[in-house]
Design a protein around this ligand. Structure first.
Ligand SMILES: [Zn+2]
Length: 252
């Protein structure tokens, strides 16, 4: 695998080489015949992202990362990273294999409230993938690597310990009547997807990987992947057009 040295957060790699899909993703599991199509679409969207000039900022830390954006020879995590009580899971902060909180009851309750409001507006949502265990992610990832090779698998599946779904706080959301758009950025272009993007924070969810924030989150745009953080934090992040990394002041 090609190795690149990056002085974080000056991410100078081409976005297409760096950004990975975080979900990894259960929709493909459910629609295996569409997995190739989904991957291709993501790649295409990824490549259309314009490269912006990167501002020079003082490096917080020097870490060596591989082409997938993962830190080379990173020690396995011994505990989950929390900042002010908020769980953060990304390429910089993986989770231990035995971190297995299950689906968050608070997140599920908030999702149910969100769905009630959505139905008033004419949309019904399905959280088609929420909690995934480390072992489940290992199984998924290894299957993808066997099928497509690691480089390709890294583009659409998180490595074990790195999927936010292991926190139990990540909800992949789609419209119940439109499963063909599950785990696809077609969803973000639908009326339902737009409604969700504008209202999720009122119920404590943020769009975790917004368009244009790839260099901060480390992941490409995912219009379907939402993270429960509670209403106050979600509203602040939404109002500031920000990300969880920026809010917590941590690396992606
Ligand atoms: Zn997801």
């Amino acid at each position: 695998m090609k190795k690149s040295f990056i002085r974080f957060p000056m991410l100078t790699l081409a976005a297409s080489a760096l950004l990975l899909a975080a979900c990894g993703n259960d929709a493909e599991e459910k629609k295996t015949t569409e997995s190739e199509q989904t991957t291709t679409e993501k790649t295409t969207e990824d490549n259309t992202a314009t490269e912006k000039p990167v501002e020079e900022k003082p490096a917080k830390e020097e870490v060596e990362r591989d082409a997938g954006g993962y830190i080379i020879d990173q020690e396995p995590a011994t505990e989950v990273k929390k900042v002010d009580g908020v769980v953060i899971a990304n390429k910089r902060f993986p989770m231990p294999g035995d971190y297995a909180p299950g689906e968050s009851a608070d997140a599920r309750a908030a999702f149910n409230e969100l769905n009630k409001a959505a139905q008033q507006a004419g949309y019904t949502f399905n959280a088609f993938s929420t909690y995934r265990s480390y072992d489940r992610q290992t199984e998924l990832y290894n299957n993808y690597v066997a099928k497509d090779g690691q480089e390709a698998a890294d583009r659409y599946s998180a490595r074990p310990g790195f999927s936010e779904h292991q926190t139990g706080l990540a909800f992949d959301i789609g419209e119940t009547s439109n499963p063909n758009d599950y785990a696809s950025n077609r969803f973000g272009k639908t009326e339902a997807g737009k409604w969700l993007a504008e209202h999720a924070h009122d119920y404590g969810f943020i769009m975790r990987y917004p368009d244009g924030k790839e260099e901060i989150t480390g992941y490409m745009y995912e219009s379907w992947h939402f993270r429960y953080v509670g209403k106050d934090i979600a509203t602040e992040i939404y109002n500031n057009d920000s990300t969880l990394e920026e809010y917590l002041g941590v690396e992606g």
